[in-house]
Design a protein around this ligand. Sequence first.
Ligand code: MIC
Ligand code: SF4
Length: 754
Amino acid sequence: MAFDIEMIKAVYERMPARIDAARKLVGRPLTLTEKILYSHLWEGAPTQTFERGKSYVDFAPDRVAMQDATAQMALLQFMQAGRPKVAVPSTVHCDHLIEAKVESKTDLSVAVDKNKEVYDFLSSVSDKYGLGFWKPGAGIIHQVVLENYAFPGGMMIGTDSHTVNAGGLGMIAIGVGGADACDVMAGLAWELKFPKLIGVKLTGKLNGWTSAKDVILKVAGILTVKGGTGAVVEYFGEGVTSMSCTGKGTIANMGAEIGATTSTFGYDESMARYLASTGRADVAALADTIKEHLTADPEVYADPATYFDQVIEIDLDTLEPHLNGPFTPDLATPISQMKALAEKNGWPTKVEVGLIGSCTNSSYEDISRAASLARQVAAKGLKTKAEYTITPGSEQVRFTIERDGFIDTFESIGGKVFSNACGPCIGQWARAGAEKGEKNTIVHSFNRNFAKRADGNPNTYAFVGSPELVTALAIAGDLTFNPLTDYLTNEAGEQVKLDAPTGDELPTKGFAVEDAGYQAPAEDGSSVEVKVSPTSDRLQLLDPFAAWEGTDLKGLKLLIKAKGKCTTDHISMAGPWLKYRGHLDNISNNMLIGALNYFNEKTDNVKNQITGDYNPVPATQRAYKAAGIGTIVVGDSNYGEGSSREHAAMEPRHLGVRVVLVKSFARIHETNLKKQGMLAITFAKEADYDLIQEDDSIDIIGLTTFAPSVQLKVVLNHADGTIDTISVNHSYNDQQIEWFKAGGALNIIRAGVN
Ligand code: MIC
Ligand code: SF4
């Protein structure tokens, strides 16, 4: 039986009436996204309509999920909220802190030992406050959620940007910072700007070498890393219903890479099959009773241009396998064009490692299709040229694929199976030789490929592809190999061609697992003690941030003007730094160390305006803090893209940065900054970015009359005595302005004002 079935039942009971009410108010047929949103309003049954891209709306999500690297900060905040128990079903998943080095068992036991303090903390907080706890080794949050908790028509938030993965099972699932999770667990509303809607119509049917991954790689190429900002992407069409549920999960997962708020799919038979095979026939039976409410009204898909803000159509019959990269997930190249492009751009063409799995692509279907290629290695007398690794998404998947012989197949071609965890995807990869910084190419089926992400080496060119394509390229050892047309020379010197992959959507013998790794919380956790040692270097209780001083901010020094791409990986790097995710002061030592200084094109090297010296960013900021001088960070477009990690907002706040001024923000990061009491503003004229000089002292004017939709003024006092005054925009509503004034949203919850 499924977890929290009573909650699901209650959601389904209230959905039909709420959807009818919304349809009447809106006065037209509804998309699936609108149905789910309007049936999850904090106020209950809808009484008003909302404007897409404009109205801030309070929602009541059904559940919360957190992974270990973000849960620490989320739960440290929750502990300050003064609540005895979480208000909605919530879970914690231990997946990010396990380093991939030798193989799964060894790596897992090293991690359990090394991270004991953090795991004990998370486990005892979960026990105390009523959260489900998934132990290290149980799997990656999004895979475990898809297998156990996601349900069509539900709404969840999670402290990880790929929470959106659950859209594959027809949810509205959204990635947030820990402070947002804390609100919902504390029984408060969750606020989101009512999204715009992008419709993607899939015609035709996946075939041959093309897989669900290629759909999203193509969409990323069309929309770019910013194209989905502020929008929910809703997929429909015959290509969708013929696709597996886990394939839909892959597409939804990588919606994070185009900045989309989330992606979703209407309830269909593939979802019912997936629910049944993962032990939740009861959820499918419930969903069947209201199935017309779990997809859009028929008029919508018949005439999408009328109902969506933007419509994209992709023909699966002709869609080619793609490889996206290097260094950004939206640089999409159809495999047939890779050879020419790699030559033109000087990308290293020898593939050193192929890595499959991760939260994005480790379904039974993915693994079985990849295994069908691995089997051809022996059958065709080939030898695998590159290293090859497999990261299963959950213990249930791992156990089942082991039972079905796939692990043996992978091992027979030299494959190495890592723990059921994030591992190489998040820089938890002790890759031998990476420290040498050599230029090299890897291909993986993960979702992100920002510089340094997998192995810390800035010269690793990472390309994202389907597990099938990654496997073929690992066998060939060549980035320019097109398995659709090219031949390989086998050990006997013959020319052989790989057959297109085949596989099973779901295990014919069903899923199996001995110990899934779940720990239920105590019935009454009031006597459970949560210990945080005052001398720990990994955990630190939080002190409240100071409230706004009530005046304009004058004489702020420019800390850094970041040039170009500045993702959360640049602002608060993961990999080795993950270990400090529960210790704000220690992790602050990575603040902005990956950002490129506009003035000298160096990373982690900025001018200290007091001494004139160039030093690392964190040390420079600490010097300003010690001198009682506030600072400002300036950035380019889509600043803070990527992860949900609120450390990227809390570190600057903790170290005394007051303002972040950029051309544009990624959604989660902008909210995280606001939540932590930071001033997050954007240039009214993007070109004003060019006016910022290295020795600027900057004033922010208008804060005493800070109001929604009213611009602020920024005065740039240049070192030569000249002054530029520019206008800046902000997106704060009344409540968010209160967060700013209080010095952070948590200060308000704690004071019980809210
Ligand atoms: C990621 O994929 O970047 C992460 C690591 O899962 C992050 C969360 C984190 O930084 O802890 C995310 O995507 O939100
Ligand atoms: Fe883990 Fe990578 Fe998935 Fe993030 S994207 S949850 S790091 S596997």
